[in-house]
Ligand binder design. Structure first.
Ligand SMILES: NC(=O)C1=CN([C@@H]2O[C@H](COP(=O)(O)OP(=O)(O)OC[C@H]3O[C@@H](n4cnc5c(N)ncnc54)[C@H](OP(=O)(O)O)[C@@H]3O)[C@@H](O)[C@H]2O)[C@@H](O)CC1
Ligand SMILES: Nc1ncnc2c1ncn2[C@@H]1O[C@H](COP(=O)(O)OP(=O)(O)O)[C@@H](O)[C@H]1O
Length: 454
């Protein structure tokens, strides 16, 4: 605990200097709960006293405050107070990762009275450690300091956690229960043509998308596939004309050829659903795609059709990726997504025997038999119509290149989020509004940026 608290105190001292220009003479308030999390805050307070910081602590359960931490703070000249005055920074040591439920009323009252930035110890108290859900009063931190490794809550509740800082405590940690690819890992797996490659060797992507009503969805899905890698893209459906107008490189047809006809063109991975509607025609196209022995992404209207008739998957063996938003996941499972998005995605994954990519600010990827993965968007500018159609195309392009379903989904979401940030012109100020077309135009730049990390 002392090693963790030492690291925590070092971060607090750094933040004090960055935010106020000094350490000595500044004021730090501690909100201290009954567990080890409170102990970390108390010990950190004791270390900060040695650097000339005035430290006041509110004990939310005075009888159960960590005895050694409390003794150390008192010995170092820290004060126990009924309320925090006007500190420069506050440490939230109310509850740690064994906490549950929103802040209790007394803690909530103290938190509501704080005007200073809050540094959360391990996680912002009141946020559910497993799901990241905020179901009542909770701390909203400027910075969260955690120990040893990030935990799922840090990805799932990014807005409550603020920036995340991991303090090394020299322990051999178990592998995280929620995996996340780094930029370099995505870049290393991205399909890149070599000297012996040609237009067929990186995989042909088939896109069944669009209708008279949703012409744009076909253009965006095809564009997502075309922009993600070299290799051929074939588009089928009621908006094929719109696709080829925008992308002369796409091979298009109004109908899906019968696989038994002999004239069926080669396709190594499919995308089915964006904008294709839920007509009888759309259903029969989805059925035809799902009967083929090639990896497939089902998105949008394809998910609605699948939810209405799961027997469309009968006999299917080839890899399948489903890319629902919350509404579509609810259709697939028959119940609302709820607060535990990992459990919801994992449940659908088991039910359909598929990799499920549940879209959102934290996108969850659940695959049968594997640890769930998360992709953090780090910006919310992608929340605009048509961006999901692009993601479906990108995922299909990676599947057709031969990547396993779970990796293809996580890599596509990772590059998609990067493209959104590039298009928004981010930086510390987070940029400004984008349309789906602008996100699509930034996909090659996102891949270049990822590859430059290698
Ligand atoms: N330019 C084009 O051509 C474009 C064409 N597009 C195409 O349009 C077709 C319809 O797609 P769609 O997703 O808009 O409608 P649909 O599946 O009926 O569900 C919508 C309902 O679900 C719910 N909902 C809950 N959570 C949600 C969430 N996180 N994100 C979104 N919705 C959420 C919400 O209900 P609520 O919870 O508000 O009651 C909402 O009313 C599809 O083929 C798509 O490809 C679009 O891509 C846009 C660009
Ligand atoms: N608040 C948000 N923050 C970050 N990304 C978001 C947010 N809301 C949606 N997205 C992303 O935008 C895309 C929206 O997809 P979707 O809902 O299918 O839209 P559409 O059907 O209009 O294409 C997904 O990639 C999703 O992860």
């Amino acid at each position: 605990m002392r090693r963790a608290a030492w690291g925590l105190a070092a971060v607090v001292a750094r933040e004090l200097r960055a935010r106020t220009g000094a350490i000595t003479g500044r004021r730090v308030g501690l909100l201290v709960g009954s567990g080890d999390n409170g102990g970390d805050a108390l010990w950190a307070g004791a270390f900060l006293r040695r650097r000339g910081v005035a430290v006041d602590a509110v004990l939310l359960s005075p009888d159960r405050a960590h005895p050694a931490g409390l003794a150390a703070l008192r010995a170092a000249g820290g004060r126990i107070v009924p309320r925090l005055g006007e500190p420069d920074l506050v440490l939230d040591g109310i509850v740690g990762i064994s906490g549950h439920g929103p802040l209790r009323p007394a803690a909530a009252e103290h938190v509501a009275g704080i005007g200073a930035p809050i540094i959360a110890v391990d996680l912002p108290s009141g946020v559910d450690p497993g799901s990241g859900a905020v179901q009542g009063p909770a701390v909203r931190a400027a910075l969260t300091v955690t120990f040893g490794a990030r935990k799922p809550v840090h990805a799932l509740a990014g807005e409550s956690c603020g920036d995340i800082e991991v303090v090394d405590i020299g322990l051999e940690l178990l592998s995280p229960s929620l995996a996340e690819l780094t930029d370099a890992e995505v870049a290393a797996r991205w399909p890149v043509p070599g000297p012996r490659d040609h237009k067929y060797t990186l995989g042909v992507t088939g896109v069944v998308a669009g209708s008279a009503r949703y012409r744009g969805a076909a253009v965006l899905a095809a564009g997502g596939a075309i922009s993600s890698k070299s290799g051929m893209v074939r588009c089928f459906g009621g908006a094929a004309g719109a696709v080829v107008e925008r992308y002369p490189e796409a091979l298009v047809a109004d109908d899906l050829p019968d696989p038994g006809s002999g004239s069926s063109p080669r396709v190594d991975g499919w995308v089915a659903g964006p904008g294709m509607g839920t007509s009888e025609q759309a259903r029969s196209w989805l059925e035809a795609v799902l009967q083929r022995d090639a990896p497939t992404v089902v998105d949008a209207d394809g998910l609605t059709l699948l939810a209405a008739d799961p027997s469309l998957l009968r006999g299917r063996q080839a890899p399948l990726v489903l890319t629902p938003h919350d509404g579509e996941l609810a259709r697939l499972t028959g119940e609302p997504v709820g607060d535990d998005r990992i459990a919801a995605a994992a449940g659908a994954s088991r039910r359909y025997g598929a990799t499920v990519l549940l879209k959102g600010h934290a996108t969850i990827i659940a695959s049968p038999g594997s640890a769930p993965m998360v992709v953090r968007a780090r910006s919310s500018w992608a929340a605009t119509p048509g961006t999901g159609d692009i993601l479906a195309g990108m995922t299909g392009a990676l599947l057709s290149a031969g990547l396993p379903a779970r990796e293809a989904a996580a890599m596509a979401a990772h590059a998609h989020a990067r493209a959104a940030r590039i298009a928004a012109g981010g930086g510390p100020a987070d940029g400004g509004p984008i349309s789906a077309s602008q996100l699509l135009a930034a996909v090659p730049a996102a891949i270049r940026a990822l590859r430059s990390t290698q």
